[in-house]
Design a protein around this ligand. Structure first.
Ligand SMILES: [Zn+2]
Length: 243
């Protein structure tokens, strides 16, 4: 591990080739989630020391056929995600979402594979569901003021979303979760632009991550450098590459 802490991106997507090349050049360790079988095939073809791969059928794309197509990828994945429940940003049938989510939780549990969660609008239900499958969970960009304690008590990891400076629910995560359970994330450049403005350049990715880390440092009354070190440690611990 380098003496100087590296800013890790705990949650992103494939993005453009340009974005991936930037991450490689800047050496930003990044967990990239493939959300369906098409993305999975693309992700599988990529390599680089910056890249940590996760595979999971995203709730926006949940269907039983999609799950069957995704299963070979889930079998070979080391990390499952992002998977979950969402009643706010998609129209996908809630029962189907739940079936697809639970099947993937069971598979991850059986394989002892850590899981990345996407929960929106169904935070309470998802928290009760994961209780049946004790595992290592990372809740990405948690943004509900309620139900956070249901995840805290299950010892989940959290990636603090890029809108932490203006979102009280995200600030609450930075405040309430233990420093040993925190990471920062962009959710990819597209999400950063959606949350913070279209004018954010590709080169702004490291600054977005460091800003979130600075916010955590303020909440925890810790030195920013010490926080960066902890975030990096947490990233590698979650992905199972402890050095
Ligand atoms: Zn995402």
């Amino acid at each position: 591990m380098s003496a100087k802490a590296t800013v890790c991106d705990g949650h992103a997507h494939l993005g453009t080739e340009e974005e991936r090349r930037f991450r490689e050049r800047e050496n930003i360790p990044t967990m990239v989630c493939a959300g369906d079988e098409k993305e999975a095939a693309e992700l599988a073809g990529l390599s680089g020391s910056w890249l940590v791969k996760a595979y999971g059928l995203h709730p926006w794309k949940a269907s039983l056929e999609g799950l069957t197509a995704m299963e070979p990828w889930l079998e070979q994945a080391r990390i499952i995600g992002e998977i979950g429940l969402d009643s706010v940003w998609c129209q996908v049938d809630e029962t189907v979402q739940r079936q697809v989510f639970e099947r993937q939780l069971a598979l991850a549990f059986a394989g002892g594979k850590p899981v990345v969660l996407h929960v929106k609008g169904r935070e309470r239900e998802a928290a009760e569901l994961i209780r049946r499958y004790p595992n290592t969970y990372l809740v990405h960009w948690y943004s509900d003021l309620k139900w956070l304690e249901l995840y805290l008590e299950q010892d989940c990891f959290f990636t603090v979303g890029p809108d932490v400076a203006k979102n009280p629910a995200v600030q609450q995560v930075a405040r309430m979760a233990d420093i040993s359970r925190l990471m920062v994330e962009t959710d990819g450049l597209g999400a950063v632009r959606w949350a913070l403005g279209e004018n954010i350049p590709l080169e702004g990715i490291p600054a977005v991550l460091s800003e979130s880390a600075r916010w955590i440092a303020a909440e925890k009354k810790m030195e920013p450098q010490a926080v960066l070190e902890r975030l990096e440690e947490n990233f590698w611990r979650f992905v199972g590459d402890e050095e």
